[in-house]
Design a protein around this ligand. Structure first.
Ligand SMILES: [Zn+2]
Ligand SMILES: [Zn+2]
Length: 210
């Protein structure tokens, strides 16, 4: 049955949900900050092929987050400008709470949460999942992987240096930001573009995350 959680219990239940996810993990939070412990859990889950979705409403383009999540292939990160809800669930347990992911592992605020289990609270569990799917549908997917704009090799998104190692070495001999390159850094489509002002195609510019 649903259980009311005070601050400490909310924190430990959210950590447990992230740590024990076996098939799916959903993190919905307004602000996001990933500490070493959470990063380790996420990396383990990623290795175990858990499908991870994170939706946040905070600032996009924080380099630390991008660096941390850039290598995790089973993780999808979304952003919604109006998101202020917070809930966390895996295939078994769910916490709907006032607490942001930023606030792990401990902090001074007073939080409340409701713990739900799929077995015993199936109906409302399903309703929260449907709400999650609805929010996700209207969220922008944030990309952390991109393509070398000269040879289309896959690499981390990096608008300042969108080249693989080999191509960068050649580019660095001339350092010409107006040299005509061949692929969009975000979607990999073949298109003529230059490093500056931004090495992505028009479609990605228009559909991109602000
Ligand atoms: Zn290349
Ligand atoms: Zn593109």
């Amino acid at each position: 049955m649903a259980e009311l959680l005070a601050t400490d219990k909310t924190i430990s239940c959210v950590k447990q949900i992230i740590r024990e996810a076996k098939q799916r993990l959903v993190i919905v939070t307004f602000s996001i900050q990933i500490n070493e412990t959470i990063l380790k859990y996420l990396k383990d889950a990623n290795l175990n092929k858990v499908k991870i979705s994170i939706i946040h409403g905070g600032e996009v383009g924080k380099y630390r987050l991008e660096r941390l999540l850039g290598d995790l292939r089973n993780i999808s990160v979304y952003w919604h400008p109006k998101l202020h809800a917070k809930f966390y669930f895996n295939e078994k347990r769910m916490v709907v709470t006032s607490m942001n992911l930023t606030d792990l592992p401990q902090h001074d605020n007073i939080e409340l949460g409701i713990l739900l289990t799929r077995d015993q609270d199936g109906e409302i569990y399903g309703e929260v999942i449907r709400e999650f799917l609805r929010i996700r549908k209207f969220s922008a997917k944030i990309k952390y992987r991109g393509y070398c704009i000269r040879c289309r090799k896959e690499l981390k998104l990096n608008y300042v240096r969108p080249y693989c190692r080999d191509c960068y070495r050649i580019w660095a001999e001339y350092k010409n930001p107006n040299y005509l390159e061949k692929y969009c850094h975000e979607c990999g489509e073949q298109v003529f573009l230059t490093l500056e002002p931004i090495p992505i195609c028009r479609a990605c510019q228009e559909g991109g995350v602000p």
